[in-house]
Design a protein around this ligand. Structure first.
Ligand code: B3K
Ligand code: ZN
Length: 876
């Protein structure tokens, strides 16, 4: 675990021209033969050796231009192969042979086995676990792949690119060959072999080429891949229409596997997916599952241009492909669904995941300048904040110049391993704007705070807005420079119209966007005939914390009348927050808990407004989460008090709104056949959240138990189960429903993940005991990442009271789990450990327990670099 610095970047000494790999697959002893053609880069010293990366490899043969290399000419260790005295000017071929054991590969990086299928994961540095290689993203070459395997158990032999041919090899074995003409880095390599079921379709591209589409899943699960196929075709079409991007091979394949460390992987022409994000039918998948499948299928497909055709020069540039591709998938989902609701959901996610990261010990810039373990930088900052930065470029430039910039990027950098600077430069050139100050978003960590104050002068019809920005200190960055912050802004008049000022002074204001560039800046708007209500950061145009003293009346006005639906939701959230904080304090002081009547009335009025789309109303009903409240309070948090306060708010809303909520529950019953479309999903979400509220107004679990019995799809079934278990955990109905669910889906691991995570989320004292006993359940398979995330991950990330119990027992439990998971799968262990990132904002008793548990991890022998990196940063 050495620290790698961006400043140390330099190109390789040798240029890789071609890659030719032959795999002879065997579960325990796969032979890999790699023929690599290199030439020495111009200007590189003739004595410079060729250094290839490895990871747990053992060299078995080494040839230079088909001749054995004498032992004195090279050094081979498990993680490096160094070859000296190579030709100075002419190209040469290195042939490396080694053997690997896929079955023993529990890290799920490199070539491994999952349910009898061979599968690879190479990003970021997994290829070096397959063969010695210059395993870095700026080394691009065309690949030819030959796969040899027993016919039995390996019907399909798949790799990247176009199929060249195949046939019988020898007794009982067959082979297939693939050629990928598009030069690619090793992290995009993939190989899959096994017996799988298949669904097929075709897509005709905008230039009229037919592309074969294939989705491979476990036998018997083919019907459950239909929605993924549909999402794929819509993604391909959308990328043509929206960005002019056409697919570039004859075939596009997706394989669903059951053991996978993350969501999916964009390998060229052969995406590998966690089966959770491919398989869906109404009986087994929720609306959220469908939306995730659509989004992730799109995301991986969009990588074909943003990531594959244009890749990253080095891993520091990760947000070049990830932030941009998240931006693209968010736009896609917005076009497929409701834009306003999608934006609200994305902002909720950003605030509950990225903001705590950016405000805690793991904060880092979207483009970091050093790392110890790159796998720990696939973060919400790189992904989601990266997407927000892309969105801000679009806001600053406007739609047309943004598209021009994207076109220029695709044209200029196709085939390149590019940098974030290259990307931003395209937008500068397309728009004529200087984005050097804007660039600071990429290299400064921390969520900016913008404080706003306003005044209105009737005599001069002038509205004044004073803004001040600060970026908090983050690890390794104590002082920050002012950012370029685009703030979508409207002044709303009494009649609900948006004011058109006759003049704006103090800075740029164009198309409703204020360009805040100074630390403090005052804008004055002339020609405003009556005192307006300020609607600031509309659509969350910048990922900031906003501090604006605004009267409850003004917020209510926005909540009721703003033309921007996001702003209406935001105003209601802003109204809710002080109520929730005040209630938390009251709970802690044993004082009576009370809520502002205006807030509750407005909320009930909005959710009862049939002119508004149901999904929007459901978002309004979903109060800020417990972790949002904790973040707002900031320090010395007591998760139990927050939980009680939030429940008290729900109870108060339920009491005051029981009629409206009951009417919603009745009106939005799902009749007829299930459809996963956004409108139907929105109706279900409104009904289900109304039912959650009603459970606070009712003494018995009857409503939820009836809903469980009546449910005709997984969305309703899982929701009813979660109300039963969360609200009435000790009831016979809850126990009965859990047993029914378990029995009904006993053979469906993905559905049992819901059964595990619903139980892992049950709040309170009993949680830890429940989790411990579930680790012994036959449905919990400790080697499968989905099972571990569903049980241990949900407990640590999604059960604030159960996990943060005051005696610290759950922290100690997590520490033991982390150390044990780390032994087989470091990436998974490190990811789950990030659940401890906010421990310093807990009240002192819990914080002490958390520190002690973290310290036991830190002192445990033989930690992976992944876990060591996280634990040390979290404790620092
Ligand atoms: N690029 C992959 C993530 C790889 C994670 C490696 N630890 C999936 C994605 O972002 O599309
Ligand atoms: Zn991605």
């Amino acid at each position: 675990g050495q620290i790698v610095h961006l400043a140390d970047y330099r190109p390789t000494d040798f240029v890789l021209e071609r890659v030719d790999l032959t795999f002879e697959l065997d579960p325990q002893n796969t032979k890999v033969e790699a023929r690599l053609i290199f030439h020495r880069r111009e200007g590189v010293d003739a004595s410079a050796p060729l250094v290839l990366d490895g990871d747990e490899l053992m060299l078995s043969g080494l040839l230079l231009d088909q001749i054995d290399i004498p032992a004195a000419q090279y050094d081979a260790t498990p993680d490096r192969l160094t070859i000296r005295d190579l030709p100075a000017e002419t190209p040469f071929e290195i042939c490396v042979t080694n053997y690997i054991n896929p079955e023993a590969n529990t890290q799920l990086m490199g070539l491994y086995r999952t349910n009898g299928v061979y599968c690879t994961q190479c990003e970021a540095e997994g290829f070096r676990r397959i063969t010695y290689f210059p395993d870095r993203p700026d080394v691009l070459a065309p690949y030819t792949i030959t796969i040899v395997a027993a016919k039995e158990g390996n019907t399909f032999l798949l790799s990247n690119g176009n199929f060249l041919g195949g046939g019988n090899y020898d007794e009982g074995r067959h082979f297939a060959a693939w050629f990928d003409p598009h030069p690619k880095p090793s992290y995009l390599f993939a190989l899959v072999a096994g017996d799988l079921g298949l669904i097929e379709d075709t897509f005709t591209t905008m230039s009229g080429r037919d592309v074969a589409l294939k989705i491979y899943v476990e036998h018997g699960k083919e019907p459950r891949a239909a929605y993924a196929m549909d999402a794929l075709k819509r993604s391909m079409k959308w990328d043509e229409e929206r960005f002019g991007r056409e697919y570039d091979l004859d075939i596009f394949m997706i394989v669903a596997v059951s053991d996978f460390n993350m969501g999916a992987m964009e390998n060229k022409g052969l995406n590998v997916f966690n089966d959770k994000y491919v398989l869906a039918d109404p009986e087994t998948a929720t609306d959220a599952d469908y939306a995730n499948i659509e989004r992730i299928i799109a995301h991986e497909y969009f990588h074909n241009w943003t990531g594959n055709r244009i890749t990253c020069r080095d891993w520091f540039q990760l947000c070049l492909k990830e932030g941009l591709t998240v931006y693209r998938d968010q736009e896609f989902s917005s076009d497929m669904r409701s834009r306003a609701v999608k934006r609200i959901a994305d902002v909720r996610h950003l605030k509950s995941e990225q903001f705590p990261e950016d405000g805690g010990p793991l904060a880092h810039p979207p483009r970091p300048d050093k790392y110890r373990e790159i796998n720990n930088f696939y973060t919400t900052t790189v992904y989601e904040k990266g997407a927000e930065i892309t969105g801000m470029i679009a806001t600053i430039l406007g739609e047309d110049d943004f598209r021009k910039g994207m076109d220029l990027y695709f044209e200029r950098h196709d085939g390149d391993a590019a940098t974030v600077e290259d990307f931003v430069k395209c937008f500068e050139e397309a728009s004529g704007r200087d984005l050097s100050q804007f660039f600071r978003w990429y290299i400064q960590a921390g969520t900016p705070l913008v404080s706003a104050s306003t005044s209105y002068d009737a005599a001069s019809s002038t509205f004044t807005l004073s803004l001040e920005q600060t970026v908090p200190a983050t690890p390794g960055q104590s002082s920050k420079q002012a950012l370029y912050i685009p703030l979508s802004t409207a002044l709303i008049l009494d009649n609900g119209q948006i004011a058109a000022p006759s003049k704006v002074e103090g800075g740029e204001y164009k198309n409703g966007v204020l360009h805040l560039t100074e630390r403090s800046q005052t804008f004055s708007f002339s020609g405003i005939s009556s005192r307006p209500v300020l609607s600031l950061n509309r659509g969350f145009s910048a990922p900031i914390n906003l501090h604006l003293e605004q009267s409850a009346e003004d917020m209510v006005q926005i909540a009721r009348h703003d033309t921007d639906m996001f702003s209406r939701w935001q105003a209601l959230t802003t109204l809710a927050m002080p109520n929730l904080v005040k209630a938390t304090n009251a709970v802690r002081n044993d004082a009576p808990v009370a809520f502002d009547a205006g807030f509750i009335t407005t909320l009930i009025e909005v959710i009862g407004d049939d002119a508004l789309e149901p999904a929007f109303r459901a978002q309004v009903l979903a109060l800020p989460s417990e972790s949002d409240i904790a973040r707002e309070i900031g320090s010395s948090n007591d998760p139990d008090a927050i939980h009680q306060a939030r429940n008290a708010a729900m109870a108060a809303i339920a009491k005051a709104g029981v009629e409206t909520l009951t009417a919603l529950f009745d009106a939005f019953e799902d009749k007829g056949a299930y459809s996963p479309d956004a409108t139907s999903a929105g109706r279900r979400s409104l009904r289900n959240i109304a039912m959650s509220y009603l459970s606070f107004a009712e003494e018995t679990p009857k409503r939820a138990a009836d809903a469980f019995a009546a449910a005709s799809n997984m969305t309703d079934l899982a929701h009813a189960l979660s109300i039963l278990t969360q609200r009435f955990p000790d009831s016979a109905e809850a126990a009965q429903a859990l047993a029914t669910f378990e029995a009904r889906f006993a053979d469906n691991a993905l559905v049992l993940d819901k059964w595990l995570s619903i139980q892992a989320a049950i709040p309170g004292e009993g949680a830890l005991g429940r989790i411990k006993s579930l680790t012994g359940s036959k449905h919990f398979v400790g080697t499968n990442p989905n099972r571990v995330r569903s049980l241990i991950g949900t407990f640590a990330f999604g059960n604030p009271t159960g996990f943060n119990r005051a005696d610290g027992e759950a922290y100690r439990f997590l520490a033991e789990q982390i150390v044990s998971i780390d032994k087989r799968n470091p990436q998974l262990a490190a990811r789950i450990l990030t659940s401890m990132r906010s421990w310093r904002s807990l009240e002192p008793v819990r914080a002490d327990h958390a520190r002690a548990a973290l310290t036991t991890i830190e002192r445990s022998p033989a930690l992976s670099t992944d876990v060591r990196d996280i634990v040390e940063r979290v404790l620092k």
